[in-house]
Design a protein around this ligand. Structure first.
Ligand code: ATP
Length: 684
């Protein structure tokens, strides 16, 4: 027997392990099982190069719990260790500046474990005593037992051990009793060891018989040693990929398609990524990629390893070259990681381009599911944006798909405005904006469907990227003005008529603290609707953006929705309202207008006389006259407004036109709708 002190320069490593690694203590199992797997693989390698001449036999790694002894044992039939090797690999944990380091990585257990090769020592997070029983594969080796109770003291004894390999026996401490439970160990093996390359067994297979679970003879193997991503794509069928996906995400719908990655230069990376069917909420879909290092599960948060938009994908990545055991901030600056991330982006883009080229129809069918993902990529990764030009699609309201280049060709002729800007018309809701879409189509325009979660951002982005291009929502203005051209239609109304009718309509628009209407007049064709409601593009976008960014304290978010009620100057019904107005209140309003006009004339004469004079040079009489005039004008105006409002209130046609405009925007609700129905019946 020999005794000694573990070679740590810091006084005692065990309190440190317990204290700092506490939060993540379940990873001890991963560390120990992967050591066992490594030892088994080493033996295979030695055998294949002829350095080990014995029988390899069964290399299964066995996990066993003994609730009575309160032990958890991990056994392998790998290379084993001699007493010298224990001294070298276990006892000498060359460890300097431990505290300083721990200070830096206080909460990051992975960092400490990886950095210092503390894999084996992580067992002390859960055990009060640990034993290693081991027999080296070397000829004539003596089996030894190493034992340590959590103080820096250990013992080594010679023992009898028939079988080659190592048993690690953990005497689980009282705070960690869950690691003596079958369910917990099963969970951990499933999480960390599911795809290890050497078979791992835990207990026996079971079967349900007569309502009872009975143990069978056969070992219960917990892992798939040959997972899909380690196999050659040529040997795999679509069904294999789907099955693997279902194994990984049992509750999910089948994916849209997959990408099998296989890189060996300049870094090692294998994996299979799936495009999931993305439903609405992007956040929920994230972090479904599992990261492995040589088939050992490491983490399922891959944010810094793959570009942001690719975190929407599902699947598995496996690379021994990703420095898995260092802190997240380090990952971001790691050159290898950057390369891997770029490479994955490129592969994903290439694969999409390939599918697009091979089977455009199939690609179009999948587009609605792919769109969110591709737009996300285009918005966030410049390189992806460039590559995606080839396959990113726009969909119009007829369900046809175009690449950006194709679409440009189609609309160039009809949708270029007088300033040579190309105008892309779009709808965010084809049902609600139906009458506008119809109007645009009647004019020979094409309308895109932009109803996705990211489309508002995407539109802004495209406007920045594309030259001389602007996106206009189809209800942003009356169709005549959506794409302003040189030719204008003549109006049938005089300025005075428009002025009066503005007041007539203003009196009835449903203004509130949530909605604000401005009445405007536009000379349109007689076949266009008499009145319609539009929403100015800029304000609407600002409001949408601020809603998306959340938080109530923003300027645009607090503003009421602002709409325009646009009245068609040339519509016969508008002419009729004008005629009725003239008949009922025309004399009064005309005389008021002429009074106001003559007062205004006087006013501008005085203003003219004042021009160029300093404030103190203006005679008081003049100032008084001006303010007197202002008062009179405003009184007359008020009077006129009152008369026109009263006229408006009695006029069913005005109400009807406004309500019809609201109705075609799906804005007529509740009491207003009931009133409209009743009035319509009366009118009929
Ligand atoms: N089951 C085992 N069979 C044979 N040798 C082992 C076994 N477990 C550990 N060892 C030896 O002990 C060494 C130290 O193990 P430890 O887990 O602490 O670090 P590591 O495996 O080298 O690094 P890390 O776990 O951080 O990747 C191993 O490199 C190996 O030589």
């Amino acid at each position: 027997m020999s005794k000694g002190n573990i070679g740590v320069s810091s006084e005692n490593i065990f309190p440190i392990i317990k204290k700092f690694l506490y939060s993540d203590h379940e990873i001890f199992l991963r560390e120990l099982v992967s050591n066992a797997v490594d030892a088994s693989q080493k033996l295979k390698t030695l055998s294949s190069v002829g350095e080990f001449k014995g029988e390899i036999g069964d290399l299964k790694v066995k996990i066993a719990i003994d609730p009575k002894e309160k032990t958890l044992t991990i056994s392998d039939r790998g290379v084993g260790m001699t007493a010298e090797e224990i001294e070298k690999y276990i006892n000498q944990i060359a460890f300097s500046g431990a505290e300083e380091f721990l200070d830096k990585y206080k909460t990051d257990a992975h960092a400490i474990i990886g950095h210092f090769g503390l894999g084996f020592y992580s067992s002390f997070m859960v055990a009060k005593k640990v034993e290693i029983h081991t027999l080296s594969h070397k000829e004539g080796a003596q089996a030894v037992k190493w034992s340590c109770d959590g103080s820096p003291e250990y013992t080594i004894d010679e023992i009898k051990k028939e079988d080659r390999g190592t048993d690690i026996v953990l005497y689980i401490d009282d705070e960690n009793k869950q690691f003596l439970e079958k369910a917990e160990i099963t969970r951990l093996l499933n999480k960390y060891c599911r795809f290890l390359p050497i078979e791992v067994t835990f207990g026996k297979k079971t079967e349900w018989k007569d309502g009872k679970e009975v143990e069978l003879e056969e070992d219960n193997v917990v892992n798939d040693t040959n997972p899909l991503w380690t196999r050659k794509p040529a040997d795999l069928k679509d069904e294999d990929y789907k099955k693997f996906y279902r194994d990984l995400y049992p509750m999910s719908e089948d994916p849209i398609f997959n990408i099998h990655l296989n890189v060996d230069y300049p870094f090692n990376l294998t994996g299979v990524l799936y495009f999931p069917k993305i439903k609405n909420n992007v956040e929920v879909q994230k972090n479904k990629i599992q990261l492995y290092s040589n088939q050992v599960f490491i983490t399922d948060s891959v944010e810094n390893i793959v570009p942001e938009f690719l975190t929407l994908l599902h699947g598995v990545l496996d690379s021994p070259d990703i420095p898995l055991n260092v802190s997240r901030s380090y990952l971001q600056s790691d050159g290898n990681v950057k390369k891997i991330s770029n490479h994955i982006t490129k592969k994903v883009a290439d694969r999409l381009a390939e599918i697009f080229k091979e089977d455009r129809k199939g690609f179009e069918e999948k587009w609605d599911s792919l769109k969110l993902f591709i737009e996300y990529g285009k918005l966030t990764e410049e390189k992806f944006y460039d590559k995606a030009q080839k396959f990113a699609l726009l969909k119009n309201t007829d369900g046809k798909y175009f690449t950006l280049d194709e679409y440009k060709e189609i609309i160039k002729e009809n949708q270029t405005d007088k300033d040579k800007q190309l105008v892309y018309l779009y709808t965010t809701n084809a049902t609600e904006q139906h009458s506008f879409i119809q109007g645009a189509k009647d004019k020979g325009y094409d309308v895109l469907e932009m109803d996705g979660q990211l489309d508002t951002h995407f539109i802004n982005h495209l406007e920045q990227k594309l030259e001389k291009t602007r996106f206009v929502r189809v209800d942003a203005d009356v169709v005549e003005k959506l794409i302003p051209k040189e030719d204008t239609i003549e109006s049938k109304l005089t300025a005075g008529d428009k002025d009066d009718l503005t007041q007539v309509f203003s009196a009835k628009v449903p203004n509130s603290d949530k909605m604000n209407f401005i009445v405007a007049f536009e000379a349109m064709g007689a076949s266009a609707n008499p009145a319609m409601i539009t929403q100015q593009e800029f304000m609407r976008r600002m409001k949408e953006m601020s809603a998306m960014q959340g938080g109530g304290m923003n300027f645009y978010g607090e503003m009421p929705d602002s709409y325009q009620l646009v009245v068609n100057e040339n519509h016969p019904l508008v002419e009729r309202i004008l005629a009725e107005k003239k008949e009922k209140v025309g004399e009064q309003t005309d005389s008021l207008r002429s009074k106001i006009e003559s007062l205004n004339k006087k006013r501008s004469e005085i203003e003219k006389a004042k021009e160029g004079k300093k404030e103190e040079e203006i005679p008081q009489a003049q100032k008084d006259e001006l303010s007197d005039l202002d008062k009179k004008i405003s009184e007359l105006n008020d009077k006129k407004t009152k008369i026109l409002s009263a006229f408006s209130m009695d006029n069913k046609l005005v109400s009807q036109l406004i309500d019809l405009a609201l109705l075609s925007n799906n804005m007529l609700k509740g009491e207003a709708l009931t009133k409209f129905v009743k009035r319509s019946i009366d009118l009929i």
